[in-house]
Ligand binder design. Structure first.
Ligand code: NDP
Length: 289
């Protein structure tokens, strides 16, 4: 029996993963719900399977890269009994809870499960800068290391299958709130006819420079020391945010992105922490449960 790698899901990301495997000379079988999307990979040497059943014949790892948790079940549930004894590496974005549910499903069906979270866009796959987080079965991670390393840097976070997803989601919070903040600023200068493109040219290096502040915030959080020297106080931050809110409203720009941050800072000040560092926002956020 030939050890072939199976790829289920050939969207923008799944196609890149399969292409990298083919380029490295790995025999691969590919399947996609909409068959047209498999044609290009077929031309590059992949075996194109018409059904999931056919795609999973063999004994190689099964790579899933589908839209979401629900689509993973839509694909694997009907073939559950054929998957016993196989390694499933799921690179579909999931929450930690969904990753754990899939791992439990896998255990129930005799499948070894590794969960992955891709910290890259499709065009980065196989190129410097691409990172993929993994957690779950260590044996699956180690045995398939050569394959995984074709796609990017492979970081393993232990046997709890939810850990890769947790780190993924935490990273994306930073990304999406940054995007929203950028668009808010673009709306402000846009009122005066400044293009978003011009604004991005100035915002990009500024934000890159500001990431230098993260280490200081992290040090305060880890030490639970918000009174240390050099920290920007909550009172200072509140005054800055109040100006940003006022300037936004003057420009006719909604403050839905900004307001929650301002509110958190004000609550911390109301609780008597105004002279402490702005990293105290962490204390307010972590008490949601
Ligand atoms: P696409 O929208 O390009 O592809 C989605 C894939 O899921 C297609 O193959 C689609 O099949 C399939 N699919 C959706 N619903 C079902 C279903 N019910 N049954 C069977 N197949 C289904 O998304 P991407 O390839 O970009 O993303 C795939 C995963 O990778 C996602 O979880 C995404 O979060 C993750 N990811 C993507 C990144 C990106 O920048 N694109 C970055 C990091 C992670 P069909 O072609 O038939 O519609």
């Amino acid at each position: 029996m030939t050890t072939r790698t199976t790829f289920l899901g050939l969207g923008a990301m799944g196609s890149e993963l399969a292409a990298a495997a083919l380029d490295a000379g790995r025999p691969s079988v590919v399947w996609n719900r909409t068959p047209d999307r498999a044609a290009a990979l077929g031309e590059r040497g992949a075996i194109v399977a018409r059904t999931v059943d056919r795609a999973i014949t063999g004994d190689g790892p099964i790579i899933l890269c589908l839209l979401d948790h629900q689509s993973v079940h839509a694909v694997i549930d009907p073939v559950a009994t054929s998957l016993a004894g196989r390694i499933m590496i799921n690179l579909t974005t999931t929450t930690p809870g969904q990753a754990r549910e899939l791992a439990a499903w896998a255990t129930e069906h005799g499948v070894t499960y590794l969960n992955g979270a891709i910290m890259a866009v499709p065009e980065m796959i196989g190129r410097p800068g691409a990172v993929i987080f993994y957690s779950g079965a260590e044996s699956a991670f180690e045995e398939n290391r050569k394959l995984l390393d074709l796609w990017g840097q492979s970081d393993y976070f232990g046997t709890d299958p939810g850990m890769a997803s947790l780190r993924d989601m935490a990273m994306l919070v930073g990304m999406y709130t940054m995007f929203a903040g950028f668009l808010h600023g673009a709306a402000m200068v846009g009122v005066e006819g400044v293009s978003a493109t011009e604004f991005a040219r100035r915002q990009t290096p500024f934000l890159a420079a500001m990431t230098g502040q993260l280490a200081g915030l992290a040090a305060a959080v880890d030490a639970e020391d918000y009174a240390g020297a050099g920290q920007q106080s909550l009172e200072f931050t509140e005054a800055a945010l109040a100006s940003l809110v006022t300037a936004s409203l003057e420009a006719g720009v909604q403050v839905d992105v900004l307001r929650p941050v301002h509110d958190i800072v004000r609550r911390q000040i109301a609780a008597g922490h105004g002279r402490q560092g702005t990293a105290r926002i962490f204390e307010e956020l972590r008490n949601a449960r």
